[in-house]
Design a protein around this ligand. Structure first.
Ligand code: KG4
Ligand code: ZN
Length: 362
């Protein structure tokens, strides 16, 4: 277990995908500022993140975003205890911008440099708080051992967490990430990009029938802790456009769906996707008796149905649920700075040879 927190004021930097973010976090949990410059507008016409465009936008945004984070927190670079950066996993060109900025700042300020795993940081996001907010309950010491669930556009995995920094992966998606499936289904239904929030809104309309379409809930092997979303995504495609002919052509366009059918298909997809997550969490908790909490993070943890189902799951199993506020579900730098505090306490520092890695370590 991590030692009792010491005072710290950490500048966090996050550039792993299409958000340029910087934040100041005090003592590992109080978010003094969190600035996020999203590039969604730049990628929307391509219906996905274009790596080269992302790196260039990070290079333009990184300095003003860091300046805004310092200003919002009312601090100067001289007040900072350490500089932390998410250096893995992610798009290599995007990560490099954040790593270069963090190294330059740490070197010029003679402050420690801390490397943080972006996915592990998502698991920490629900343990942060805003200034003036009460400390999280239960306290950190009583939160671990915990289970972790990360559901984002790039990752869908479950973890066993002994402490904020000692984390082992138990299972992961074998094909699409959950957010990717939301975005692809939203594209089939022509809801824009990124489609997750739009699909959530449509599926949550009061008249939606989430059983109108019988879609598959992936189980994989009887004991598998992995996830799969590609079969569900294909089932939605066929429900919308019919089963393709031998030459790959579809009998109809998705535009032929009525508004009611589109809404019901969105709701049926969302139900199947969420149920497949809850099913796997049930398996994980069976083989991890004694866990005290479920830590959840990633963009899809903003999903209204998933949040409600996770609340019910945690209550049923008598464990605490750590679910970030919506602003900290998506990629942000506060989670990087918060987790970095625990690396700092453990003396786990990086040096100027720090590299960016496209894949995760665990
Ligand atoms: O964590 P994140 O910001 O970036 C990655 O690290 O991938 O997650 C972005 C993903 C996108 O796929 C987006 O569509 C999805 O999170 N998302 C949602 C919702 N809000 C964001 N998916 C479902 N329901 C939502 N409310
Ligand atoms: Zn992320």
């Amino acid at each position: 277990m991590t030692a009792r927190p010491q005072p710290s004021l950490i500048l966090g930097i996050e550039t792993s995908c299409d958000e340029t973010a910087a934040a100041i976090v005090r003592d590992g949990d109080v978010v003094m500022s969190s600035v996020i410059a999203s590039q969604h507008d730049l990628h929307a016409e391509f219906r996905g993140v274009v790596p080269e465009i992302a790196s260039r936008a990070h290079a333009e945004q990184i300095t003003p975003v860091i300046q805004a984070a310092l200003r919002d927190a009312g601090v100067t670079l001289g007040d900072i205890t350490a500089v932390a950066v998410g250096n893995r996993p992610g798009l290599i060109g995007s990560l490099l911008v954040g790593v270069a900025a963090a190294k330059a700042l740490a070197w010029s300020l003679s402050k420690p440099l801390i490397a943080v795993d972006h996915v592990h940081a998502h698991l920490y996001a629900g343990l942060l708080r805003m200034p003036g907010e009460a400390a999280p309950s239960p306290p950190l010491d009583a939160t671990y051992p915990a289970l972790g669930l990360v559901v984002s556009g790039g990752h869908t995995a479950v973890y066993s967490c002994e402490s904020p920094t000692r984390i082992a992966r138990l299972g992961a998606t074998i094909d699409d990430a959950m957010g990717e499936a939301f975005d692809k289904v939203a594209a089939i239904l022509d809801l824009g990009y990124p489609g997750g929030p739009a699909l959530d809104r449509l599926a949550s309309s009061p008249d939606a029938n989430d059983r109108a379409f019988d879609l598959p809930i992936s189980r994989l092997g009887r004991e598998s802790l992995n996830f799969s979303f590609s079969g569900l995504k294909t089932a939605v495609l066929y429900a919308a456009r019919g089963v393709p002919a031998r030459d790959g052509s579809f009998p109809r366009e998705a535009a032929a769906l009525s508004d009611d059918q589109r809404r019901d298909l969105a709701a049926s997809f969302q139900r199947a996707a969420v149920e497949s997550i809850i099913l796997k969490l049930g398996r994980v908790i069976e083989s991890n008796a004694g866990v005290r909490a479920l830590l959840v993070g990633g963009g899809v943890s903003a999903n209204s149905r998933l949040r409600a189902s996770l609340e019910a799951f945690a209550a049923k199993h008598g464990i605490h649920l750590s679910l970030p506020p919506l602003s900290l579900c998506v990629d942000n730098a506060a989670m990087i700075a918060g987790l970095a505090h625990h690396h700092l306490l453990g003396g786990d520092l990086a040096d100027l040879h720090l590299q960016a890695h496209p894949t995760t370590s665990a």
